[in-house]
Design a protein around this ligand. Structure first.
Ligand code: 9GP
Length: 824
């Protein structure tokens, strides 16, 4: 027998005493303080580091096993990962919740107080980034090898504050107090270049080739994060890149004595990963953004090819070893980058390189708004990445030649499908490039995928019908039910066991309990407790008072006109107007708390106006004694993942009221459903599937559907006609215009009113009456608590489809073909 020479991996003792010993060691040796003098932050950091030790053994053995097996992996390329707080998830994955609570209590420390010390990394804008975080959680839990690649922004999504009701952005300094969940590896930094020019040269065989002579470079330093699977021994890796000046560059200038210039060079390089672009759905055509995109994909490809793969790996086998999933168009520049690596650096011929590249990528589109499909002017691209632009031109030339063969008599169609747009400026259409390069293109909900096929990418779908598929989004049940709603989790587990945590379809087992009066009573108790919990959070966090005995009617999402927060506002203002003028007795109004959460992109003027109006309406209504506290608006600033985790479980009504055909999917809608809220919504995004699953009788559908919207727009939409003919709508708009919510100043909200009356791009006025009618049905349904609870239970029971584990199964079956690799 030969001795096992594999070095052992350290383990930790999974007991209260073991934890306490480790924790004190971290506090004393890691933080350099003793318990009596330790600040809350010291204790939090020591606890977090102790907890991560418990996951380390799993992480190291996952990496070791992956090194041995070289199983096919997913590389999820995403400019955003909106992780949320890490501690609770780590405790859950490592089955440490009780041990840590007890261990800390034995030292007189309250776990819940320490939890509040954690600052969430806001490395994403909203749904897209949060989806990426859910996906990597699911892949780890399902034992699928995955590495997430993204950017370690020094400043994440801005911290929103309100000053006199108006949004004021503050920097999100999430790293200030230390970041215990990351592992920097400066020794593994990679160099990424920009600018310069392309030169022609002859290789050793006299073949004329082209290569890039870059103008300047930066370093990408990897920071690793653990992505633990739920109680399964696997920990995958998320690798986020931070930009730094290259040492050579730095030293050269420094040695020449120009300290100021050296610092400037450093700042210039570090700017690349300095701040997340706070845009959601609309791209900012900024050079820095393209730098960010290229920076992280170039680092990631280099990392994968040079560090992750074994030295002797034959890159011709790359498609059997990896699939690079392009999360929206942000990482699409990875396509020409892989071509450049294979052709220029590895010396492959073009056809070989293209054949491998085409089999390595797949593309997810997350939008339907034409303005959100990124397009890079060739001037900019050519300046920043001249060799990549050449490669894109060649990809396009060959693609157009192929199309001309397929459609010899249809040059118009060929031009429509060109990766290069000619108007208004010559530019690269990144979605087209991704479609041409990817094995598959998917939308994120059934309706969205259909509209992609039929409208946005219809020429491509006609040419490659099999390339297009759908994967409906999902959310992780670990974070968004098990952790965020302990009351409901316990109730569900008591009823059907805890298998649902990793197999959410098991929630179906709750269906019969919808008819069980005792179960419904306990379900209501949980909801009420969740309302008390959020009331407490809002009181302390925001100084906002809410009444837990009212219906919680919640609209939380980015502020965007297509999402139609204004429609919600018109409903509130209309109710207020009717009560104030005596048309409606306050006693007949269902007591409601209207909760909003929404950040507006800093440069999106109309969105910021709407925030001002929500706060102004809230301030007026909340202080009007005539309403007897029956209607209140609660708009906490800085809605984020942490707040979502307490707010969503308390909701009765989920507002998903985007204009049909505009919201690709939505994922908040799924979180609400799983937490027992009923949806009022349009036939849009994943609402369509929610309604199909839960049934019409448990969903408040209203408004135009997508074909009706298209028809109305084609016919010519005149919002003012609705104003003229609908008295309630007129009164509501007039009240806003009168200055009633702006201290009599009629100019303040005039832009919103006139935009609605004259343009109303997202047809809020057309859907107003249908929305108000649907809200009347909500009131009627809510008046019968037993029937309402029955519907709420059925929403939970039928929500299993929206697990991100199911989304991952669909990606694996339809796109990735990456089988699970159970731990050794
Ligand atoms: O707007 C979509 C949202 O509907 C979807 O749920 C989310 C995740 O797929 O992606 C959003 N898209 C973007 O943020 C930008 O394309």
């Amino acid at each position: 027998m030969t001795a096992d020479t594999t070095p052992p991996i350290a383990t930790r003792e999974h007991t209260v005493d073991g934890f306490v010993r480790e924790f004190l060691r971290e506090l004393n040796f890691g933080q350099g303080v003793d318990l009596t003098r330790a600040s809350a932050n010291d204790k939090y950091l020591a606890m977090a580091r102790t907890v991560r030790h418990y996951l380390m053994t799993r992480w190291l053995s996952t990496l070791r096993r992956q090194g041995q097996l070289q199983a096919k992996s997913v590389a999820y390329l995403s400019a955003e990962f909106l992780l949320g707080r890490q501690l609770d998830n780590a405790l859950l994955a490592a089955d440490l919740q009780d041990i840590v609570r007890e261990g800390l209590a034995s030292l007189g420390i309250d776990l819940d107080e320490l939890r509040e010390e954690e600052v969430e990394p806001g490395l994403g804008n909203g749904g897209l980034g949060r989806l990426a975080a859910c996906f990597i959680d699911s892949l780890a839990t399902m034992n699928v090898p995955c590495i997430g690649y993204g950017i370690r922004y020094e400043y994440g999504i801005f911290r929103q504050t309100f000053v006199d009701g108006w949004q004021v952005e503050k920097p999100d300094d999430w790293l200030r107090l230390g970041s215990p969940w990351e592992f920097p590896h400066p020794e593994s930094a990679v160099t990424v270049s920009f600018g310069g020019s392309v030169e022609q040269y002859q290789d050793d065989d006299g073949v004329v080739k082209r290569r890039w002579v870059p103008g300047w470079s930066v370093q990408g330093v990897p920071y690793n994060y653990m992505v633990p699977g739920y109680e399964n021994g696997r920990v995958n890796t998320l690798r986020l890149w931070s930009a730094q000046a290259t040492r050579a560059f730095d030293l050269q200038i420094f040695n020449a004595g120009d300290y100021a210039e050296a610092v400037r060079a450093q700042t210039f390089a570090e700017n690349i990963s300095k701040v997340l672009y706070p845009e959601d759905s609309t791209p900012q055509g900024k050079e820095l953004r393209l730098q960010q995109q290229y920076f992280f994909v170039a680092c990631s490809i280099k990392d994968f090819v040079d560090q992750v793969l074994p030295e002797d790996f034959d890159l011709h086998d790359l498609p059997e070893r990896i699939v690079f999933q392009l999360n929206d168009t942000h990482p699409v520049i990875a396509v020409p980058e892989l071509m450049r690596v294979l052709v220029d650096e590895k010396g492959w011929d073009w056809a070989d390189a293209w054949s491998v590249t085409q089999r390595c990528f797949a593309y997810t589109c997350h939008t339907l708004l034409p303005e959100a499909l990124e397009v890079w002017p060739v001037d900019l691209l050519g300046r920043l990445l001249p060799r990549h632009l050449e490669i894109i031109y060649r990809i396009n030339d060959e693609f157009l030649a192929e199309l001309r063969e397929a459609y010899p008599d249809d040059e118009l169609r060929v031009r429509r499908m060109s990766i290069i747009a000619e108007y208004p400026v010559r530019a690269v259409r990144m979605a087209y490039l991704a479609t041409v390069a990817g094995t598959k293109v998917n939308g994120v909900a059934a309706l969205h995928s259909q509209l992609l096929r039929d409208k946005v990418l219809d020429d491509f779908a006609g040419y490659w019908p099999d390339k297009f598929t759908n994967v409906t989004n999902g959310v992780t049940p670990r974070r968004f039910l098990r952790l965020s709603n302990p009351g409901l989790s316990t109730l569900v587990t008591e009823a059907i066991g805890d298998g649902w945590v990793t197999d959410l379809d098991q929630l179906r087992g709750l269906e019969p309990l919808a008819d069980d009066a005792e179960f419904r009573r306990r379900f209501r108790e949980v909801k009420h407790a969740n309302k008390l919990r959020i009331a407490d959070v809002l009181a302390h966090r925001d100084g906002i008072t809410v009444d837990p005995d009212t219906m919680f009617d919640v609209m939380v999402k980015r502020l965007h006109e297509y999402k139609r927060q204004t429609l919600k506002l018109l409903h509130i203002v209309s109710l207020y107007e009717k009560v104030s003028t005596g048309k409606l007795a306050i006693g007949d109004v269902t007591p409601r708390t209207f909760a909003f959460g929404a950040k507006a992109a800093p440069g999106y003027v109309m969105a910021k106006q709407i925030i001002g109006l929500i706060n102004a309406v809230g301030a007026t209504i909340n202080e009007d004694p005539a309403l007897e506290g029956r209607l209140r608006v609660a708009f906490p600033a800085n809605y984020n993942v942490t707040l979502a985790e307490t707010l969503i479980p308390a909701a009765d009504l989920s507002e998903q009221i985007s204009l049909a055909g505009k919201e690709a999917s939505g994922t908040g809608n799924m979180k609400f459903m799983l937490n027992g809220a009923l949806t009022i919504g349009t036939d849009d995004g994943a609402n369509v599937e929610i309604r199909e699953l839960v049934g019409d009788e448990n969903f408040f559908l209203f408004g135009l559907d997508e074909p009706q919207v298209a028809e109305l727009v084609d016919r010519g939409y005149h919002p003012s006609a609705y104003y003229e003919t609908n008295v309630d709508l007129r009164h509501a708009l007039d009240l806003i215009a009168s200055g009633a919510f702006s201290g009599g100043d009629r100019t303040v909200f005039e832009p919103i009113v006139s935009n609605l009356l004259n343009e109303d791009r997202f047809l809020a006025l057309a859907d107003f009456q249908a929305y108000v009618d649907a809200q009347a049905k909500v009131d009627a349904a809510y008046a019968d608590p037993e029937a309402w609870t029955r519907s709420a239970v059925l929403n939970v029971a039928r929500g299993g489809f929206f697990s991100s584990d199911r989304s991952m199964r669909d990606y694996i079956d339809r796109i990735w073909h990456t089988p699970p690799v159970p731990p050794a």
